[in-house]
Each structure stands twice: as C-alpha cells, then as structure tokens.
Design a protein around this ligand. Structure first.
Ligand code: HEM
Length: 406
C-alpha cells in the first residue's frame, strides 16, 4: 500500500476557486500521482484523477453522496431526498423511474424533435442570438411541455430562467447564488402544486409518472419528493444549452467542419466529442460509509473523496492529444469505460451515473442540425472557456449574427 502524497498547502480552498477545473490535474501532475490528500473548506479530502477514481465513485460499495457537496450546490442541483442522495435498494428503485423514462422510453427522440423545431423557429425569427441563452430558453420551453406542465408555466419566462440559473449558479457562493436558491424554492413550490393536481390524472406524462411513483414499500412519493425529482428532469435538460453553446463555438471557429456533418451518425459523434471536450461537470464527490479498500487505497470511514471528471477526460496519459476537438474519436455514451465520464461512468441502473446521456447526445446533435440548416455569421469573439469558472461556457456565450433561412 503506497502512502498517498499530500498537497503541502494547509487548506486549498482558495486554490480550488482560482484554478477551477484544473485544480486536481495540476496537483496530480505536480505530485506525479493519480491521487493526493488535501484540505478543502478545512475538511480532509482525497482527490483522484483517472479510472481508479472514477471506478471508486461509480461502483465501489460503501460510499454515499450525502454530505459530499457544499449545501448551496446540493440545494441548487439535486437537493435532499433526491435520487442522487440515496443508496442501495431505495436508490435502485428510484433510479428505475429515470432510466425507464430517459433511456427505455422515447424521451431522446421526442425531446430532440421538439427542441429542433422550437429552436429553429426562434432563431429564424431573430437577427442575432447568444447561443447559451437562446438554446437554454428553448430547451426550458420544450422540457416543460414534454414533462406535461401547463402552458401557463411553460410560457413563464421567469420560471424558465430559474431552471437555467439552478445549474449556472451552483459552482460557487455569491449573492447571485443566494438569489437563485430563493428562486429555486419558489419553483419547487409551484411544482408541488402541479404534482398535487396531477395525482387525479393519468400517469402518461413524466409529471403523471412522478405523481404516481412509489417508494419500494409501496408508499407514494409525497408532493415535495416528486417535485424535487421533476426538477431533476427539467433542470438538466435546460443545462444541455451549455453544451449547445460549446457545439456552436466549434462550428463558429471552423465553419467548414459543417460539411462533414450531413449524416446523423457524424452529428452524434460530434455531440459525444463536445461532451468529452467541454468543461462542464468538473468533479464528483462521495463520503465513505465504512472503512474500505479500493484498488490499493485504504480509506477510513467518513473520508471525503473527490474524482476528477474533467481531468480524466483531458489526461494525456489516457487520450491522444486531449486538448484537440476530434469527433473522429467516435465516442459513445453506451460504453461503461471509466475514462469517458462526462456524466459519470459505470452501470447506470445501480450507480449514480447520469441517466440523461442519451437525451443529452440527442439534443446536442439536434442543435447541430438546426445550426447547419440556417445561415449565420460568427463575428470576432472570445469562444474560449474560462476554466476558473464552474460551470464554464464559451466566454462570449457564442454570438451569432445575420441569422437567416438559407
Ligand atoms: C447537461 C448535461 C448533463 C451533465 C453534464 C450531467 C452530469 C451528471 C453527472 C456527472 C451525474 C453524476 C453525479 C454523481 O455521481 O453524483 C449526473 C447524475 C444525474 N443526472 Fe445528469 N447530466 C446532464 C444531463 C442530464 C439530463 C438531460 C438529465 C435528465 C433529463 C439528467 C439527470 C440526472 C439525474 C437524475 C442524476 C442522478 C442519478 C443518480 O444519482 O443515480 N442529467 N448527471
């Protein structure tokens, strides 16, 4: 058992805020190790980059996500009582709801068709657009309709913006984060009312499914539990707008690349490479619920462990020239390989791997199709992401002008 190297800083919280996505990679390189100890927010943490860390977070027994995220990020993202905070039978039972809806069901086709139609009509009616704002707003409209929410809520621009802010503001604590938390509480209250009303109706829509969902012992989910899971469908669909902004940035930087994307399979592998290349979900964290050994590491009970998703996706030991955007890598969300982990890895039914990958890839590919079907010009702008900001986006948001029907 090798001693785990230690980051010499007494507390690395400020370095994490400064270095953002690069925080774990920088130290792994400096220490010549895929694992190191540090202190963050005065708490002992073990950080890992590469497949060993990904396998720990997506497969090892004896871990929980409870207590692993700072409270603001937890409340803006998954929230208490959600699938992501559960383990064991309760987790597998709740997860089934998501995999049935998002992987087994027609969600990817339905959502990507609806998004392509809505976003295309929006862009065709405008002179210019900032892609991250425009695509996220369109995705919010489409997600609300797909979920079965009433048109009044779908047309509420403030509600749609709240869905965007939940993931946009989760990365740090500022006054804007606090405001987003308040807005999230308001959104949850509205969704609780929708769940209560849907209890009398059918289980056909995602809202209906959640209103009729049960715990493993047959008890129905209460209004608050169902509303939290409804947000777990709506919020991340809207967050795909960030990937769409990165996809548009690649097309804007290299307009000739559009010629190779006429075929749906080419748009799919383009979308997969967008997921690998773009800085989005930086790290995932867990806490050990008992002492455990994992691939040569001895971890005590209560140990905070953090796996570096972005660093694993950009590790030159694992990827050929990872800084290059190359759809020819032909990546596929269906793989269980721990190195391709933009939304987690491993077995989706029994680990915390994201159930939304199929939907995400279909939505990015649909966005590419929309962008290729319209005429536009990308003026000079800074398309590079600021890696100290979590979540990152192209600095300009990807601005397109002179939008027109081709
Ligand atoms: C926008 C692109 C997305 C990214 C970057 C992303 C990323 C992630 C990551 C990294 C996890 C694992 C968290 C952990 O291990 O603790 C996760 C879990 C989850 N994601 Fe996504 N996701 C995205 C899209 C989606 C979509 C479209 C949906 C649903 C419509 C979704 C629903 C969920 C849910 C419910 C979980 C919790 C799963 C569990 O705990 O078992 N995500 N996501």
């Amino acid at each position: 058992m090798r001693e785990i190297p230690r980051d010499p800083s007494p507390d690395a919280t400020l370095a994490l805020l400064r270095e953002g996505y690069r925080f774990i990679s920088n130290r792994c390189e400096r220490l010549g190790s895929d694992v190191f100890r540090t202190r963050l927010m005065l708490r002992s943490a073990i950080c890992l980059r590469g497949p060993r860390g990904v396998r720990l977070l997506y497969g090892a027994e004896g871990l929980t996500r409870q207590g692993a995220l700072p409270p603001t990020a937890l409340h803006l993202l998954q929230d208490k009582g959600s699938v992501q905070q559960m383990e064991g039978t309760a987790h597998h039972h709740r997860k089934r709801l998501f995999t049935d809806l998002l992987i087994e069901g027609p969600a990817a086709v339905d959502l990507s068709r609806a998004f392509a139609a809505d976003w295309r009509a929006t862009l065709a009616g405008e002179d210019e657009a900032i892609v991250i704002d425009s695509a996220s707003d369109s995705l919010a409209r489409v997600a609300c309709r797909w979920a079965g929410l009433p048109e009044g809520l779908t047309q509420d621009a403030r509600f749609r913006r709240t869905l965007f802010l939940m993931s946009a503001k989760a990365g740090r604590f500022t006054p804007a984060t606090a405001a987003s938390l308040l807005r999230r509480r308001g959104a949850e209250a509205r969704l609780r009312r929708e769940v209560a009303e849907a209890r009398g109706g059918s289980a056909e829509t995602p809202l209906g499914r959640l209103a009729h969902a049960t715990h493993p012992d047959g008890r129905p989910l209460d209004d608050a539990e169902a509303a939290v899971e409804l947000l777990n469908l709506l919020r991340p669909i809207v967050a795909v707008g960030r990937y769409v902004a990165f996809a548009a940035a690649h097309l804007a930087a290299d307009p000739a690349s559009g010629a190779s994307l006429a075929d749906p399979e080419a748009r799919r592998t383009f979308a997969e490479e967008v997921r690998r290349h773009s800085p989005f979900f930086p790290f995932v964290a867990g806490v050990t619920t008992r002492a455990l050994s994992h691939e040569g590491l001895d971890l005590p009970k209560g140990q905070w462990v953090i796996a570096d998703l972005w660093g694993t996706l950009h590790d030159a030991a694992l990827w050929d020239r990872p800084q290059l955007f190359r759809p020819s890598r032909a990546l596929d969300w269906r793989t269980a390989e721990p190195v391709f982990c933009p939304q987690g890895a491993g077995d989706v039914g029994t680990t915390h791997r994201c159930p939304g990958e199929k939907v995400t890839v279909a939505l990015i590919a649909a966005a590419v199709e929309v962008l290729l079907s319209l005429g536009w010009h990308a003026p000079p702008q800074d398309l590079s992401p600021d890696l100290s900001r979590i979540p990152a986006a192209p600095r300009s948001g990807t601005r397109l002008v002179r939008l027109h029907e081709d």
